[in-house]
Design a binder for this molecule. Structure first.
Ligand SMILES: Cc1ncc(COP(=O)(O)O)c(C=O)c1O
Length: 362
């Protein structure tokens, strides 16, 4: 019997148990090939079927329209911070960034190395407690794109409705909330996400890009960094991370079994509600970092009344099998990451522990 833990890691993070069990079952003999999926040629029919199924499941679950291309890339979301401006930020154009946390800062910094990139709005002054307002009258028609981070993993904030950027393509880093709820893909020029929170293990990065942006992308950059290269080769230009894509396929099948994006969203709302209610009912024993309107359904950030109390909360939690509750080093305090694969029961157990800890220490 394996050790029982409640995994609240921020990423890499919990994977659905049935997905892990299936991988275990198939590990030594995938699809009657007599080999593991990791040992197959990426040009083989057996692997090809996995690759295509991952794409078609993603299309189905996110209702991706025909005028979008799905790419499976490597280099994490961080490489996208550079690839986006290299491909899409042309001479004479600007890129605008909505600053909602550390990942937005990193994305902006990379864009500034490539071209002209500026801040459209920011909540940095209030330590990124909320999603900044975007005033549509300030949108510059000369922008190549506007970039947002849809869920701020570190600060625990999330966009509830996306800004209307008119004709300027909206690009979203959805690394920490992709497929956690239904979205209207047609509102975006591009969506990207590292897999290791909601989609699978680390190693594959999903890019969903509108075909007109792809077709007009810069082709004067190194071959491997061009979106066009990967689109033309169906993400098989070079060896893809085959095991990560196989796991992605299995996670997508699991999401489908949970009722798709809307089924998952309902459970996610319940999980988040349980933890936020615990914070709100604690009479200030726990304080949430995010403002109420900007609260994330993926990362619940909170602090206790003193450093000392926070330390003992985290060490008692660890003893009880709660993993990954320490806040990011730039914010401190505590963070419970409750991505799709974290079961409701884990959130119920955490709520019970938080109440018990408060009763003992208040
Ligand atoms: C919102 C967001 N963007 C980007 C990243 C960086 O992703 P990667 O490590 O895949 O480069 C992370 C990682 O936690 C993230 O949460």
């Amino acid at each position: 019997m394996s050790k029982q833990v409640f995994n609240f890691n921020a990423g890499p993070s919990a994977l659905p148990k049935p997905v892990l069990e299936k991988a275990q079952e198939e590990l030594l003999n995938f699809g009657d090939s007599g080999m593991s999926v990791m040992e197959l040629s990426h040009r083989s029919k057996t692997y090809e079927a996995v690759h295509q199924e991952a794409k078609s499941l993603l299309t189905e679950l996110l209702e991706i329209p025909d005028n979008y291309e799905i790419l499976f890339l490597q280099g994490g979301a961080s490489l996208q911070f550079s690839m986006i401006p290299m491909n899409l930020l042309k001479e004479g154009k600007t890129a605008s960034f909505v600053m909602s946390g550390s990942w937005s800062e990193k994305a902006l910094k990379e864009a500034q190395l490539v071209g002209e990139a500026k801040i459209l709005s920011s909540s940095k002054d209030e330590n990124y407690r909320s999603i900044p307002e975007v005033n549509s009258s300030e949108i510059n028609a000369n922008d190549a794109y506007i970039h947002i981070t849809s869920n701020n993993t570190i600060f625990g904030t999330q966009w509830s409705t996306y800004p209307d950027t008119k004709d300027v393509p909206l690009i979203a880093d959805m690394s920490s909330d992709i497929l956690s709820r239904p979205i209207d893909v047609s509102k975006f020029g591009m969506i990207y996400a590292g897999a290791q929170k909601n989609l699978g293990p680390s190693g594959v990065t999903v890019v969903i890009i509108r075909k007109d942006l792809l077709e007009s992308a810069n082709d004067q950059i190194p071959t491997i960094l061009r979106y066009q290269t990967h689109a033309k080769a169906d993400s098989l230009y070079h060896t893809p991370p085959t095991f990560a894509i196989y796991m992605l396929r299995n996670v997508l099948q699991w999401v489908k079994d949970q009722g798709g994006a809307s089924g998952i969203a309902q459970t996610n709302a319940k999980k988040a509600q349980l933890l936020y209610a615990t914070i709100d009912e604690s009479n200030g024993f726990y304080t949430g970092h995010a403002t109420n309107e900007s609260r994330s359904h993926m990362n619940v950030t909170f602090t206790l009344q003193s450093e000392e109390l926070t330390k003992s909360f985290l060490s008692e939690a660890a003893e009880k099998g709660f993993v990954g509750l320490g806040g990011h080093r730039s914010v401190g305090g505590c963070r419970a990451s409750i991505y799709n694969a974290v079961p409701l029961e884990a959130c119920e157990a955490l709520r019970a522990f938080m109440v018990e800890f408060q009763n003992k220490h208040a």
